[in-house]
Design a protein around this ligand. Sequence first.
Ligand SMILES: [Zn+2]
Length: 163
Amino acid sequence: MSEEQLKILKAHVPPFGVFGSPRRNTALKKRYKHTGIDIYGPIGTPIIAAEKGKIFSVYKEIDSPRAGNTIDLFGENYVTRYLHLETMKVDKGAHVEAGETIGTLGMTGNAKYARFWITKGQEQGRSHIHFESREKEHTDVALDPMILIVENKILIPVDVSFF
Ligand SMILES: [Zn+2]
C-alpha cells in the first residue's frame, strides 16, 4: 500500500462511514456503533481479497436483505467481510490469494437507503462497500479495518486505481 493509495482510500470514506461512528436502528430504537468502514465508489469497481484465505460464506441479497450480496473470507490472520456487492465472483470454499478480485462494488441490501457521498471525479452516489475485519477466534469482536490497512496487515479491499 502506497501513501497515494491510502490517500485515495481515505477520500472515499465519509466521516459518517468510519469505524465506530454512531448508528441508530429506528425500528428497534437502539443505538450502536458502526462495525466497519464504508468505502464509496462507482458500481462495478473491483473488490479484492484483503488477505489470502478461504471463502466461508457467500450470501445473495435474497438471503440477506440488509447486507445485500455478501462475502465472508476466513483469512490467514483475520475474518474479513464484504457487503452490498453488485456481483460475486467466488464460490463458498474457494481459496483466494490476497489481492484477487472476488466481486464488484454495488448498492445491494440497505445500501439503497445509504446517505449520499460525493467523491472527487465521481458523481454523488449511494453505492459503497461496507467492509469489516474481525478477530478469527472471536468473530463478535470487530476491529477497525483502517488501522489494519495503515499497519499493512491487510490490503485495501478495493482496487483504488478505478477511482
Ligand atoms: Zn457500513
